[in-house]
Ligand binder design. Sequence first.
Ligand SMILES: [Zn+2]
Ligand SMILES: [Zn+2]
Length: 441
Amino acid sequence: MGLRELDRLGDEIAVLSAHLEAATARLLALIRRFDAEGGWNNGFRSCAHWLCWRVGLDLGAAREKVRVARALAHLPRLADALARGELSYAKVRALTRVATPDTEERLLAVGRAGTAEHVERIVRGWRLVDRKAEARDAARRHAGRALHVYQDGDGMVRVRGRLAPEVGALLMKALDAARETLYQRGRLQKAAAGADGEFGEERVSEETPTFEQQQADALALLAETALHQGLDPGTPGERYQVVVHVDAAVLADPDQPGHSVLKDGVRVSAETSQRLACDAGRVVMRHDADGQLLEISARTRTIPPALRRALQHRDRGCRFPGCGVRYGQGHHIRHWAQGGPTTLSNLALLCRRHHRAVHEERFQIQRQPDGELQFRTPHGWLIPDVPPPVDVPDDPLQIIRAQNEAAGLRLNAHTATPGWLGERLDVGYAIDVLHPLATTN
Ligand SMILES: [Zn+2]
Ligand SMILES: [Zn+2]
């Protein structure tokens, strides 16, 4: 092949690439809409998982597509450059990791001037400056943590402080839980008092405490509980252990009357108690109609280690189509309370998310006579493991070109050529000039 021909071939590659980048911009716009409208939310963990399943992307690439699609919603100049075939998806992907509406214009110039490798290096340098600024912020916040507890003139104790965000979240969660417990207790006491009719009216007319008063009571309960437990936060497993008291009839059939109650008196739905009992690292106490304890199930229903290993080996991960999360819970396809055996053929590995989908969101799972599992949506639609292939026209490129031309694009072999002329890239200098925080150091 002669030099001239090779040159033409090179041009052809460049033109077609520009067309594909422009088409990618359209693809990202569609993904953004699908994601925002929750089109994936019919059993899939995320839009990325849906993309893996439906169009065959690997999970990393799918996550990047969704991330870039979302980011471009707030970065119109970068979105536009991609849509015009001027900036490659690789450059846009890198730039969206650091660009904000304020810095977008400058970074677009970087994308236009440099090669994909330059862009990648500048973005790395940019992130370093961002991370240093972030680390400084975090260090300042951390140093600023404080809790002042002191007595006021009238003997009341004042509490004032500043907590790191994650510690604050922990405190708020604990207060919420403590408030919920107190409130629940109060209701139960009222109900009990109402039942024997003695103090009923007096108690009911008692004023409900304000939110602030409830918070104060919740803090007291937290302190009391912490001291009572010897300030032992426990292992994660213990922390999340749940005890469910459930009427025997309910566990077998959620439509039966009866109820399921957590240890602290909080009611849960029959479906939730079935899920919690399905793979018991939990303690389930079954009661008969008179409240007599029938059975404590953790000992009898736990999947034995050998069976669990076999289940993990057979299923490898969550069996829900398109999921594949590696660790999960053993789901009894026919619940043990309905006579389903704890055997390999009656078990399927499901991740936490999909175990909930099956029990509480009415997704259906069935084992076919050939041993394969079949999943259906709550409406009964089949969710195939592999979606049916789409009809691809004979010349998809012709269609992309036609669409691009209809959109007014006139692409040529130099649409996406960087302005770089071959000089050495000085990343440090470039960041100093470009990054808004770099000069203020
Ligand atoms: Zn289950
Ligand atoms: Zn799953």
